[in-house]
Design a protein around this ligand. Structure first.
Ligand SMILES: Nc1nc2c(ncn2[C@@H]2O[C@H](COP(=O)(O)OP(=O)(O)OP(=O)(O)O)[C@@H](O)[C@H]2O)c(=O)[nH]1
Ligand SMILES: [Mg+2]
Length: 426
């Protein structure tokens, strides 16, 4: 199962603004009419219900969106670059650029993982009463780029959890058509297996998770990887041997699992639970009922207890009915047309795009200015173009960069480096 992939995404570069002047027979001196460059295309991740794993990403690691077209004369703006859609199965989590995180749960959900660069403005924008014929335009900015990670988590409604050998896979095999491997040694199940429980009115996806052991939340056994898979289930069935074949104590066994669930994610500890006491056929019926009564008393009304056997089928209808009753219905994006454009939940931590900056001496009469906004400003201009350079100097003066440089000891003719571009400032 390919449930992880790292891919490199590059959003489109913005198109350059155009430097152009109107030429018309009856207009003696044409004004600037350079159009703006188009925006670069975004890279978008979209949840697609027809996909089941991340296999496609093994063959293709680089994904690049279209660039924006350049602006042209007569105020013709460049076309924006088309977004590039990357299709992933629902249940994919994206670890994006700069700490952004997106959770694509429902089919149709989308998340922009790399923004296209802005287009440059045409020379028309730089006309002022004192600069009526600007012979420069802005350049388009590069789009975001970098490596992102895709992680597929199962989207099951119900998770079967318990110690190795508790009988989880046997229950899944009886409740659904799945055919997981069953054997009398621990860690038979090495990766989660899904099965669908068919009820008259609905289907529930049940996940059989590899057995958990003490320390699973810290990586012991196989558990850690797979605990992540149950994070998004809405109900847990705790499978507990009624009379453990290895002679262990059921109470301690239950506590072990509950501790690992809570340590992995407090949300797991909050999920509703059903206790499925397993292998009832190995215990005289009155003993099984007495044990169930004790558990009911201890766990209270909130946690139903079922006495089950995968061998005789005892308690399985009851268990299935409990699951159908206790799993809350989930609206599906497919049934909600407006949800097509539903953005994925995400958190973004972006450095402020303001005009904050810092000045530092780089030795030998050279200076470096850093700051997101300042670097973008410089990237927008062709510094071999004298008019553009003069405009940029004006902007740097207005923002306070020139004052800050002087205060730090800058002298006329010193070199300044901003965003990897070095130029002489006067
Ligand atoms: N008698 C009896 N044996 C059972 C029952 N359920 C499971 N077993 C046996 O218990 C052993 C473990 O069953 P599994 O279903 O593989 O257990 P599991 O919890 O999936 O185990 P892991 O995948 O290793 O975590 C097997 O030998 C099963 O045949 C039951 O209801 N009655
Ligand atoms: Mg198993």
């Amino acid at each position: 199962m390919h449930d992880r992939a790292r891919i490199h995404v590059t959003a489109g570069r913005g198109g350059d603004g155009s430097t152009s002047f109107r030429r018309e027979a009856h207009v003696p001196r044409g004004g600037p009419d350079g159009g703006d460059g188009g925006r670069g295309g975004d890279v978008v991740v979209v949840a697609d219900d027809s996909l089941r794993d991340l296999q496609a990403f093994r063959r293709r690691a680089h994904w690049k969106a279209d660039r924006g077209r350049h602006g042209e004369g007569a105020l013709r703006h460049g076309r924006s670059g088309a977004p590039l859609e990357i299709r992933v199965p629902p249940g994919t989590q994206v670890e994006g650029l700069e700490g952004a995180r997106h959770d694509l749960v429902r089919p149709g959900q989308r998340a922009v993982v790399a923004r296209g660069g802005q287009g440059g403005r045409g020379n028309k924008h730089f006309a002022t009463p004192t600069r009526q014929a600007p012979r420069f335009a802005e350049r388009g900015l590069p789009g975001d780029e970098g490596w992102i990670e895709l992680r597929l988590k199962l989207l099951a409604d119900v998770g079967l959890v318990g110690l190795p050998n508790a009988g989880k896979s046997s229950l899944l095999a009886r409740l659904t058509r799945a055919a997981p491997k069953v054997a009398d040694y621990p860690f038979t199940t090495l990766a989660p297996v899904l099965g669908t429980l068919e009820r008259d009115d609905r289907q529930l996806v049940v996940a059989d998770i590899p057995g958990l052991i003490a320390g699973a939340s810290e990586g012991a056994g196989l558990g850690h990887e797979f605990l992540a898979h149950v994070e998004r289930t809405r109900l847990l069935v705790h499978v507990l041997e009624l009379a453990p074949l290895d002679g262990s104590d059921p109470e301690a066994n239950l506590a072990t699992i509950e501790r690992e669930l809570a340590a992995h994610d407090p949300r797991l500890a909050q999920l509703p639970r059903v206790l499925a006491l397993s292998k009832a056929d190995l215990v005289p019926a009155p003993d099984a009922e007495r044990a169930a009564g004790r558990w009911r008393e201890r766990l209270g009304e909130g946690t139903p207890v079922a006495v089950t056997s995968a061998v005789t089928g005892q308690g399985l209808d009851e268990l299935a009915a409990l699951l159908a009753r206790l799993v809350p219905p989930l609206p599906r994006a497919r049934e909600l047309p407006e949800a097509e454009e539903e953005p994925a939940e995400h958190m973004t931590f972006r450095p402020a795009a303001g005009h904050g900056f810092a000045v530092e001496a780089a030795g030998d009469g050279r200076w470096r200015v850093t700051g997101h906004g300042i670097e973008r400003l410089v990237a927008r201009h062709d510094l071999d173009n004298e008019d553009a350079l003069a405009y940029l100097e004006g902007r740097l003066r207005a923002i306070g960069v020139v004052d800050a440089l002087r205060e730090a000891g800058f002298a006329d003719g010193d070199d300044v480096e901003i965003g990897g571009v070095e130029f002489e400032l006067s």
